[in-house]
Design a protein around this ligand. Structure first.
Ligand code: CP
Ligand code: NVA
Length: 313
């Protein structure tokens, strides 16, 4: 099954079939079970280029540490290092990097940039977050949900907050895997209509119900509750205005009440405590926010092994 993924790009949750996502998640669980010092180095001699247009803690450190653990090497390219699109075109960057490295990960503003990189690169390109999607995050989240609740299919997940990149990937991924997804946002901050339409269509094939509403009562009987910042990277100027608009759309003792008693609480981090989630709720025993952060590394390591055809080596 892994061979089918060799040489592919991972820009969107819809780039992979349910079987392919399942295969990556199974590899991720195996890697995690090996503990902190895996004895094998399957990516010995391989290099990952990491392009960043935006800041990061988890994405940078999990990819870089992941490559180290697997015997490979990662190169961090800061926003000012290559000035993507200003100093050099995306096309030329993709063509040059492909002559040096084995795989590319990029965190960008416009989603068209990762699409363009993938179009011109001769090696796999991974979306490390764009304004439109954050698929690596959702692989880690799915690993976490399986650890906490045993499965994805048939689970009811609720996302409360801004209909942003993380919400988009969650909806598309949930639809693919047969998980129900209720997205609860203030009016005017819903996910992009094409994402809602696409996930609804895909969900029809897998039995996943996709709902978008402004009604917090829709949290009813949720297995999973997820939130993210109200102002994403690039929206800093809107942060104060958004704080007022989103005030009710937070995860706290009140909003989790209609959910299951042991509802799994998720947040991709970084968190703004007191805004989209309060500190106490984030530290409940059924909060898995730091498992999510850890699983970024396992899920991405699994992803890179599949994309590089390095499984079993
Ligand atoms: N969740 C996540 O992608 O974190 P960073 O922005 O720190 O990479
Ligand atoms: N929606 C957030 C996710 C951060 C990991 C952002 O894009 O800033």
């Amino acid at each position: 099954m892994g061979l089918k993924l060799k040489g592919r790009h991972f820009l969107s949750m819809l780039d992979f079939s349910a079987d392919e996502i399942e295969a990556v998640l199974q590899t991720a669980a195996k890697l995690k079970s090996k503990g902190p010092r895996p004895e094998k180095t399957p990516l010995l001699g391989k290099t990952l280029a990491m392009i960043f247009q935006k800041p990061s803690l988890r994405t940078r450190v999990s990819f870089e540490t992941g490559m180290t653990r697997m015997g490979g090497h990662a190169i961090y390219l800061a926003p000012t290092d290559i000035s993507l699109g200003k100093r050099e075109t995306t096309e030329d960057i993709a063509m040059v990097l492909s002559r040096y490295v084995d795989i590319i990960m990029a965190r960008v503003f416009g989603h068209d940039i990762v699409v363009d990189l993938a179009k011109h690169a001769g090696v796999p390109v991974i979306n490390g977050l764009s304004d439109y999607e954050h698929p690596c995050q959702i692989l880690a989240d799915f690993q976490t949900i399986i650890e906490r609740r045993g499965q994805l299919k048939g689970m009811k997940a609720c996302y409360v907050g801004d209909g942003n990149n993380v919400a988009h990937s969650l909806m598309l991924g949930a639809a693919r895997m047969g998980m129900h997804m209720t997205v609860i946002c203030p009016r005017g901050y819903e996910p992009k209509p094409d994402v809602t339409a696409q996930s609804t269509t895909v969900g029809r094939e897998t039995g996943s119900k996709i709902t978008v509403t402004d009604d917090l009562a829709a949290v009813d009987a949720a297995d999973v509750m997820y939130t993210d910042v109200w102002a994403s990277m690039g929206q800093e100027a809107e942060a104060d205005a958004r704080r007022k608009i989103f005030k009710r759309y937070a995860i706290n003792a009140e909003t989790i009440k209609p959910a299951k008693r042991d509802v799994t609480i998720l947040h991709c981090l970084p968190a703004h405590y007191g805004d989209e989630i309060d500190y106490t709720t984030s530290r409940l025993p059924h909060s898995a926010i730091f498992d999510q952060a850890e699983n970024r590394m396992h899920a991405q390591n699994a992803l890179m092994l599949h994309l590089l055809g390095a499984l079993g080596s």
